[in-house]
Design a protein around this ligand. Structure first.
Ligand code: TUI
Length: 307
């Protein structure tokens, strides 16, 4: 399935893996790339030296195109932005902010820059600033989210910019891929489904929590202080939402979730940890290899799209 995105990135299938903090390490990134999509190392949780090692390890596992996701709220963002250049990374996606201050450095290094946007306004700004494509991410996604749904955001971004648009949020199978294409997207970004990939290093408790989740099992915490996060309902989200309702301070809430993503992903604490996952978790039913997931989804999408 050729699109401007498969051509731009030199990949076989229009599938990009989300750059999930703690979850998307070099094992997952290399597996997605080897299966014909674009794998990304999620640098949100990584100091510069850790990212450097991760990139070098990934390159031992794959010679296919490979990217890095730069989470702009990370305290290491400046180091990470420089290290992707030094390590010869050719594709960068960004999340949770405006990457304009790094754009010139990345473009000069020949990096394809693909920011995640949650609004038409930011998509237009990114196009003017030289972005090669944008990822329009709907509120169905896991983790840090915007307000618009994928169904409404994607076609509005497609109409507003000339660069190719990648759809994200609530896409977990071939039907989702086909639907995204019908909305004008030229690829999809998927996170939650890849969380349960065999090659993914997330703790088995985390994977099982996603596999057991039903359609309405996610919650959004943090709306009151402007950083909404979608994760699967557990004792932590219940306590967080109770505190938010009582008007708890940012510091109190922060105290509850400090280190909680790592606790869930690495230590398997799915009770008081943050199990970030999208609304599609209810449809994710089994652990498979990235190769199995991608070939199954592409077969389904191709049939539906008649190509
Ligand atoms: O970045 C994400 N999702 C994430 S990052 C993350 S790590 C984290 N851990 C703890 C606390 C907070 C984050 C977990 N999930 N998705 C991409 C994304 N970007 N979604 C929405 C946006 C976004 C929102 C507003 C991008 C730009 C924006 O406006 C920027 C501006 O300055 O105008």
């Amino acid at each position: 399935m050729k699109t401007r995105i498969t051509e731009l990135l030199g990949i076989q299938y229009p599938i990009i893996q989300g750059g999930m903090a703690w979850v998307a390490d070099y094992h997952l990134a290399a597996a997605v790339s080897n299966a014909g999509g674009l794998g990304l190392i999620g640098a949100a949780s990584m100091p510069g030296d850790v990212l450097r090692t991760q990139i070098q390890e990934a390159k031992k596992l794959t010679d296919k195109p490979l990217g890095v996701n730069v989470m702009l709220l990370s305290p290491y963002a400046d180091d990470v932005a420089r290290i992707v250049v030094e390590e010869g990374i050719k594709v960068v996606t960004t999340g949770a902010g405006n990457p304009s201050k790094y754009m010139e450095m990345w473009k000069a290094a020949g990096i394809k820059v693909i920011p995640v946007v949650a609004s038409v306004a930011l998509a237009k700004l990114m196009e003017r600033g030289g972005a090669d494509a944008v990822i329009a991410e709907g509120t169905e996604s896991g983790g840090h989210i915007g307000a618009a749904t994928t169904m409404t955001l994607v076609p509005q971004v497609v109409d507003a910019v000339s660069i190719p648009v990648i759809a994200a949020g609530g896409i977990g199978d071939g039907r989702g891929i086909a639907a995204a294409m019908m909305l004008g997207a030229e690829a999809v970004q998927m996170g939650t489904r890849f969380c349960v990939a065999k090659e993914c290093i997330a703790h088995d408790n985390y994977k099982q929590k996603i596999i057991k989740a039903k359609d309405i099992d996610s919650e959004v915490t943090g709306r009151t202080h402007g950083h909404p996060i979608r994760s699967l309902r557990n004792p932590m989200t219940k306590e967080y939402l109770r505190l938010e309702k009582e008007g708890a301070s940012f510091e109190e809430l922060e105290h509850l979730t400090l280190g909680s993503l790592r606790a869930a992903v690495v230590d398997g604490d799915v009770k008081m940890g943050t199990v970030m996952a999208g609304q599609i978790a209810g449809m994710v039913k089994e652990e498979q290899t990235c190769e199995e997931m991608i070939s199954e989804m592409m077969e389904q999408a191709s049939k539906l799209l008649g190509r």
